[in-house]
Design a protein around this ligand. Structure first.
Ligand code: WT7
Length: 649
């Protein structure tokens, strides 16, 4: 081993974990040398209506149509619910913890099954059929999970939208997915405030109707806060009233392995967010397998993934992974430090959480809280701590390990993406020693490759663009409605490889260190934001002629957005315009995408062919004026000096 800081596998875990080092080695070899039997064996962890005889997968040369277990049939909701009814119907499937510390609810597998069946019947009565898209725009409430599983039960494709999205983002996703039914709430709660969800949904629906795209026939409204909201007769219905009178039994649709399960929108380096499509069996297998082995899942475990249901982490590790594994999943409505610091740590004690999974941005912000809030809790129930969404800096890793886990729990830094469906690179806690800051080694069956500047794979210690060489079951199958874009985005940069968009280094021990995005995707607090999307949002403001948005390092958020904006001729810069423009972006995309820095400028650094040099803008925004590099290729190099001057003032 190299002399990086290293945390060896705890002997007790090596002895007891599902996957110890020798088993990990065997699995890896089996997956590599005998993929068909290996994957068919893994597939046995699901309950099938008809078990598959074919695994599938393969390489990425030529055909980019991927299929897994294609001759198998199953239902995802059966795998998360019905299969547990025989021996653990009364056990808790889901704990809902409200933002109010006194509000919590335990839902057994039997109850969740019943809730799901009732809503499934409601959806059917409203005409929803296999393959129809059903969208949700909900806060972190039980109905959010029920909605996903009810769709899965009847073969509808769910399109879950983050409750922090603003109306234009909702409208875009509804339009692109062709959703015919929307499930939303009167309001959400956040940090003691209320989020007007129905109002935002109504704005989005009005926007669609104005465009003649009025495909959303029904809107179900969950009463979360109970506040009165306008209901349009014939379209809007009270969720509770409908499910109350619905039948509590609903036979599951038998789905083909490759039938779509979900569409989830994520940002790319260009254009509008794309609808990543995951299919039934491969996705579910990947969520379940990875949750079991990376978090060393045990019966009775309470698993808490803090991600919102609106992101892939919420899909795979709040809903599908833990429930398929028969664990208890914790759904938390609140925020980490509200109403007072230590909130998360108190919830860990209250609900005896054993697996905890969160993002570095949250860890960094919690490190700054008064330590007495942490010290006042025991956290003895914790066994494995996970990190996801961005590189974790060693300082945050060490605090998480030492202070949160008391040095008892391995920290699993998990690299993956919306497109991978589940974890790809991470230390199996009973098998792989951890190095703070490294996602460590690929899971069995995952084949990462680093590609160099010449497009050739690199061997041994190296740094390059992170690609994957073979398909895995959780692989996104396409971009909804645009397979060409899928091919273009993931398979055209390096023919024969899936290109992740990330850079990475491999050390002498074969450990991967993710260095961040190498494209124009910016990662703010673990949320993926495309610079092109933010630029389009600026462009929709009357005063803006052109803009360029870059990510710059931020102590807590990882990255924050800096925007350089050229106003239209005649649009005078007035005091407060910068803040107004930032607010405008927040209203277009959601507050999480509002830039921290807006600089009005007369010009942008461009190449002679008109391409904005974002590298230079990043250096200007961070004040690294000595490292601007070669500016001689700029059409007008004086722009740089003018911008530096501007930021000095
Ligand atoms: C991008 C994917 C993965 C679910 C949540 C985000 C970055 C993710 C790590 C990690 C370094 C990471 C990458 C990736 N990322 N995990 N452990 N170390 N970077 O999903 O929104 O699809 O974003 O998040 O840049 O490409 P996503």
């Amino acid at each position: 081993m190299s002399d990086d800081m290293i945390f060896h596998v705890k002997p007790a875990l090596a002895a007891s974990a599902h996957v110890n080092a020798s088993r990990a080695g065997l699995m890896g070899n089996h997956a590599l040398n005998d993929p068909e039997p290996f994957w068919l064996e893994q597939a046995r962890r699901l309950d099938w209506e008809r078990a598959p005889q074919l695994a599938g997968g393969g390489g990425f040369g030529g055909d980019t149509r991927v299929s897994w277990f294609a001759d198998g049939t199953l239902n995802a909701s059966v795998n998360c619910l019905d299969r547990h009814l025989a021996d653990r119907a009364a056990e808790t499937a889901l704990i809902w913890q409200g933002e109010d510390e006194d509000a919590s609810r335990r839902v057994s597998f039997r109850e969740l099954h019943e809730d799901v069946c009732r809503l499934a019947n409601v959806l059917k009565s409203l005409g929803i059929e296999r393959g129809d898209r059903v969208a949700t725009y909900l806060p972190m409430v039980v109905e959010g999970v029920v909605a996903m599983l009810a769709c899965a039960r009847i073969g509808a494709v769910h399109v879950v939208m983050f409750a922090g999205l603003a109306a234009p983002g909702i409208a875009g996703r509804l339009r692109d997915s062709g959703a015919v039914l929307l499930i939303t709430a009167d309001e959400g709660r956040r940090g003691g405030k209320r989020l007007p969800l129905k109002a935002a949904a109504d704005m989005a629906l009005a926007e669609l109707e104005a465009d003649g795209a009025g495909q959303v026939r029904s809107v179900l409204v969950v009463a979360v806060t109970g506040s009165a909201v306008p209901m349009r007769p014939g379209r809007d219905r009270d969720y509770a009233a409908l499910v109350r009178s619905a039948d509590r039994a609903c036979a599951p649709e038998v789905m083909a392995a490759e039938d779509p399960l979900l569409i989830l929108y994520t940002s790319g380096s260009t254009g509008a967010p794309k609808g990543v499509l995951h299919t039934t069996a491969g996705y579910l297998l990947w969520a379940s397998l990875t949750q079991a082995i990376v978090f060393d899942h045990r019966p009775g475990d309470v698993f808490w993934c803090t991600a919102d249901l609106g992101w892939v982490t919420g899909h795979s590790y709040v809903v599908y992974g833990p429930l398929a594994n028969g664990g208890t999943t914790l759904l938390f409505e609140g925020t980490p430090s509200w109403p007072s610091p230590g909130r998360w740590w108190r919830e860990i004690d209250r609900h005896q959480v054993s697996g905890f999974y969160t993002a570095p941005t949250a860890i960094r912000s919690l490190m700054r809280d008064d330590p007495s809030a942490l010290d006042a809790t025991s956290r003895q129930s914790l066994r494995v701590l996970g990190s996801v969404g961005e590189p974790i800096n060693p300082e945050a890793w060490l605090w998480y390990y030492g202070r949160v886990g008391g040095g008892r729990c391995p920290v699993v830094d998990t690299w993956w993406q919306t497109e991978t469906g589940g974890i790809m690179i991470a230390p199996l806690p009973g098998a792989v020693a951890q190095k703070p800051g490294s996602a460590t080694r690929p899971l069995p069956g995952v084949c990462p490759v680093l590609v160099g500047g010449d497009g050739q794979p690199l061997e041994g210690e190296a740094e390059g663009h992170l690609c994957l060489e073979r398909s895995w079951p959780g692989q996104a199958r396409t971009i909804w409605g645009d397979h060409d874009r899928y091919v273009q985005t993931y398979f055209s940069t390096y023919p024969g490889y899936y290109f992740s968009g990330d850079g990475a280094r491999r050390d002498a021990d074969g450990y991967y260190w993710i260095t961040g995005r190498v494209d124009d995707v910016i990662n703010v607090s673990g949320h993926r934001i495309g610079s092109a999307e933010v630029e389009a949002a600026f462009g929709s403001h009357d005063a803006v002629a052109e803009s360029a948005v870059v990510g710059i390092p931020h102590d807590i958020k990882g990255q924050s957005l800096a925007a350089f904006v050229i106003l239209k001729a005649g649009a005078a810069g007035r005091p407060g315009l910068e803040a107004e423009l930032a607010r405008h972006v927040g209203q277009e995309l959601g507050r999480y995408a509002a830039p921290d820095l807006v600089v009005l400028t007369d010009d942008l650094p461009k190449t002679r062919s008109g391409k904005i040099m974002r590298r230079i803008l990043r250096k200007i925004a961070t004040g690294e004026h000595d490292e601007l590099g070669d500016v001689s290729t700029l059409a007008d190099p004086t722009v740089v000096g003018a911008l530096i001057e501007k930021l000095r003032r």
